[in-house]
Write a protein that binds this ligand. Structure first.
Ligand code: NAD
Length: 330
């Protein structure tokens, strides 16, 4: 897609962070935008930002896990703008950190429900409408750099994001004949409000978490996020990929090489010798290239030992089977 002028975009999680960055950039490019978000507070703040701009933005309160709510949001979009969106950005997501073996059903249901279920619900709701509209279009799902690897302290998140990557790839192939392009956005660390999610954004129905989550641990995450990419820069990478019509968006100069290095573990997992080699590779000092790429990926936002001292990444106090003593910081 080369021209965004006059197009209509629907963005989940559009009231904060990466989604809001997408909304800002799309309005600057002449798009009309719907921002759909769970948080009324975020929606109000975002609408305040757009108030004195000469742009067309409509806010809808939506929990992406609510399928009826999604259909109602699509109907409302068509009522307000007289048409279904040309661009669908499925960006809403949440994350929480803790040892995989401490996870509760609630941790999995919440993170998978929002990060993967929210993308599925968006696709099932909007894809038939976009096809029927008959004007092509573009869909961008936000996964994460975490999609390329395991997550010993982000198991539900890594699982959801790798599934989103795979799902978007399937839709990329399936929707090509309809002229609907698909991209998947995979940033590492971005300066957003995602650190707030486990306390302010987790509905009570998901019950208790198996992870140690409190103001202190979330402030530590906030500090890491503050060293991340600017959401506007991330939006620029995505819009450039949509113009260029390429699938994978790893928003770093050497993104393609970073992905190549992440996936080299897979063939090594196929034998005991490979597994030993992988361990050796982890112990040995990184090559200059890897050091450079790792810095670029994290931009200083690494989860270091100081974070561990806050209780970050540990199990909840009543989880007595997790041995923190043996745990490295991942
Ligand atoms: N911040 C990072 O470092 C980073 C890195 C890689 C990927 N991501 C992904 O980027 C996406 C956007 O996250 P962000 O970092 O901008 O966080 P953010 O918290 O700033 O923005 C996410 C928005 O999604 C909304 N949201 C949460 N649950 C929702 C639900 N059930 N229904 C609808 N809206 C919901 C939140 O209210 C918030 O406004 C997520 O999918 C996240 O996993 C973030």
């Amino acid at each position: 897609m080369k021209d965004f002028t006059g197009k209509l975009a629907f963005i989940t999680g559009g009231a904060s962070g990466i989604g809001l960055g997408q909304a800002k950039r799309l309005t600057e490019r002449g798009c009309r935008v719907v921002i759909a978000d769970y948080s009324q507070e975020h929606l109000d703040a975002a609408m305040e930002y757009f108030r004195d701009k000469d742009v067309s933005v409509h806010a809808i309160r939506l929990d992406v896990t609510d399928r009826d709510g999604f259909a109602a949001a699509a109907d409302e979009t068509e009522r307000v703008f007289g048409e279904t969106p040309d661009l669908l950005f499925l960006t809403a997501g949440v994350n929480v950190f803790g040892p995989a073996e401490a996870s509760t059903y609630g941790d999995f249901d919440w993170v998978l429900g929002v990060c993967l279920g929210g993308v599925i619900n968006g696709l099932v709701t909007f894809v038939p409408r976009m096809i029927r509209k008959g004007k092509g279009g573009y869909i961008a799902g936000t996964a994460s750099y975490g999609a390329f690897g395991p997550g010993p302290i982000t198991a539900p998140y890594a699982c959801a994001k790798s599934a989103v990557l795979n799902l978007m790839e399937s839709y990329m192939m399936a929707l090509k004949p309809y002229g609907i392009g698909v991209s998947c956005l995979c940033p590492a660390n971005v300066n957003t409000n995602i650190y707030q999610a486990p306390i302010a954004g987790r509905p009570a129905r998901y019950g208790r978490s198996g992870y140690n989550v409190n103001e202190k641990t979330q402030q530590a995450v906030a500090q890491v996020n503050s060293a991340g990419l600017d959401p506007l820069e991330v939006a620029d990478w995505l819009l450039a990929a949509i113009e260029d019509e390429h699938f994978l968006v790893v928003p770093y100069e050497h993104g393609a090489r970073m992905v190549e290095l992440e996936y080299r573990r897979m063939p090594l997992y196929c034998s005991a010798e490979g597994m030993r080699k992988l361990e050796e590779m982890k112990k040995r000092p990184q090559t200059e290239e890897e050091k450079m790429l790792f810095d670029e990926r994290e931009r200083g936002g690494v989860f270091n030992g100081d974070m561990r001292a806050t209780g970050f990444g540990k199990a909840a106090q009543d989880v007595d089977w997790v041995s923190d003593a043996q745990k490295p910081i991942y």
